[in-house]
Design a binder for this molecule. Structure first.
Ligand code: ACM
Length: 529
């Protein structure tokens, strides 16, 4: 851990690019390796697929596809990718060793994911122009001689996208995934349903998208910055979802779907009014009129549970993720309090009140998901009203929910508004594009510590990691999405990957200056420093 050389001081030097996230151990030597179109990649077995990804990632800027061989005839001018199961277990599934000499580059890992992350580091060791989408002329693709040993601190390193508010087309999601991978993110939490739109095709209930993905919510939200209805309309077909899941998986990113319930459900209610508390009344209205009624909360009745379980069955088919997110936040259960039918249900089920009814609702969904061999995640409101035994808590209203959950033996993902809501302002509101509110400058992200000191070692093991939230109410196109994401998500990537003792905001800032050149080359928009 302490071969670490002061990379901050090296960052300005021409030959040593700035790495984000900061690797665990790095030793820099004199000299460099030069990648040319004659350089050969060697890999065998499972490593070959990672080698293909390396070749693909170098090709646009180099204007050449490097040759892949099982074995090279000599051992100079090669980049070898080696799966080596005897490497230290401390590298885990995602760790790697990267050794660069003037003769060759060698990336070793116990698993393909580790090779992939070694490749991401190699891309950052090359000149920033390697991220360019077009051939770059007259450049020497040099890599400084280094030895790196690296593995992540947390296993859950996520960003959350919200195509429910403003639809995000498939190519934009793929590009987003590409840049996540460069920063060694491994979870994309996909918030697929909410008030303004239902964004995933469900074969059994076609109106969810036929009606629920086509609502012009701009007129309902007077201060929205986007009068462009096109962004309010759209959904992912099941084939597109499969394609996205595969695309992300190839880049070692797991897509974790979220189907919101029992609140944030206007799109579902407009599509199928029988899901609402006022089923009869709403059914007699046109979709447009239902939409204007702004019902957000589902009725807690057995038919709603069956409907959502049918939906989840298709979701489970599409997403291999071991976790399925079932929402649970911000339910205005006062509407259940005022409903004689819901009060009756509370009595029949032997429950105390609406809070317990909320707990019952979420547990029904949890046991269905669990029976199908997966686990649920919910926002921290699922702690109220009786938490299902295996549920994972996503702590957003601060870290308190996460603390309570970890102390009770539940897994936790830290996603507090204070440090991870990237829909918040990142500078003075008068000089920023309109955001939802809040104040989350880059410096504050860098101060984020996921493991509160009140947790003992056993409890701390339940903190799986954390993620940044890009809620989409005010983010209406991909450029704006990138602006809100970067560079804050680069800071979060460092918090999630790099070991705690090595963390150093000053070093981060100096590395970031160099790193932004990569985002420039990749044509990724970001908030200037
Ligand atoms: C949330 O921001 N309502 C999870």
């Amino acid at each position: 851990m302490n071969m670490t050389i002061g990379i901050a001081s090296l960052c300005g030097a021409q030959s040593v690019p700035c790495l984000i996230p900061q690797p665990d151990q790095i030793a820099v030597q004199d000299g460099h390796f030069q990648v040319t179109d004659k350089t050969v990649i060697t890999a065998s077995g499972e490593a070959r697929f990672q080698a293909d990804l390396l070749i693909e990632s170098l090709a646009p800027a180099m204007g050449a596809r490097l040759k892949l061989l099982e074995q090279a005839s000599n051992d100079t001018d090669i980049i070898s990718l080696v799966l080596e199961h005897s490497l230290s277990e401390s590298l885990g599934e995602e760790g790697y060793r990267l050794d660069v000499s003037s003769q060759s580059i060698r990336i070793q890992a116990r698993k393909p994911t580790g090779l992939f992350y070694g490749i991401q580091t190699l891309r950052q060791l090359l000149p920033p122009a390697i991220l360019s989408l077009q051939p770059v002329e007259q450049i020497q693709w040099t890599v400084p001689c280094v030895s790196i040993v690296d593995a992540p601190r947390f296993g859950w390193r996520g960003l959350m996208l919200d195509p429910a508010r403003h639809f995000i087309p498939v190519p934009d999601v793929k590009r987003y995934i590409d840049i996540m991978a460069l920063h060694k993110y491994n979870r994309l939490h996909f918030h697929l349903t909410d008030e303004p739109g239902w964004r995933i095709e469900i074969k059994k209930y076609p109106d969810l998208t036929r009606v629920g993905s086509r609502m012009d919510w701009t007129e309902l939200q007077s201060d929205t910055p986007s009068p462009d209805q096109a962004h309010c309309v759209g959904f992912y077909t099941q084939d597109e979802i499969r394609d996205l899941v595969r695309y992300a998986a190839q880049r070692h990113i797991l897509i974790v779907p979220e189907i919101e319930m029992p609140a944030h459900s206007t799109a579902a209610i407009v599509s199928y009014p029988q899901l609402s508390l006022n089923a009869k009344e709403l059914s007699s209205l046109s979709p447009e009129q239902r939409w204007k009624a702004k019902e957000r909360l589902l009725a807690a009745r057995p038919q709603t549970i069956s409907f959502l379980q049918d939906v989840l069955l298709e979701v489970l088919e599409l997403f291999p993720s071991p976790w399925i997110h079932i929402g649970g936040d911000e339910a205005e259960i006062i509407h259940w309090k005022n409903s004689p039918e819901m009060q009756d249900n509370i009595q029949q089920l032997g429950l105390k009140d609406e809070t317990e009814l909320h707990g019952w609702f979420m547990r029904q969904m949890d046991s269905f998901v669990t029976q199908h061999g997966r686990r649920t995640i919910g926002w921290d409101e699922i702690l109220q009203g009786g938490l299902a035994p295996g549920a994972t808590v996503m702590s957003w209203r601060g870290q308190e929910g996460g603390i309570t959950a970890a102390q009770a033996g539940h897994d936790v993902i830290m996603a507090p508004t204070s440090h991870t809501y990237f829909d918040y302002y990142q500078g003075p509101p008068q000089s920023e594009p309109k955001a939802i509110g809040g104040d989350l400058p880059l410096e504050k992200v860098l101060q984020f510590e996921l493991v509160p000191s009140v947790l003992n070692a056993e409890q701390a093991r339940h903190i799986l990691g954390g993620q940044g939230q890009l809620w989409g109410e005010f983010i209406s196109d991909t450029r704006h999405l990138q602006y809100m994401t970067w560079p804050r998500a680069a800071a979060l990537a460092e918090i999630l990957w790099s070991s705690k003792p090595d963390r150093n905001p000053e070093s981060f800032r100096s590395r970031l200056t160099g790193h932004l050149k990569r985002l420039d080359a990749a044509q990724v928009y970001y908030r200037p420093l």
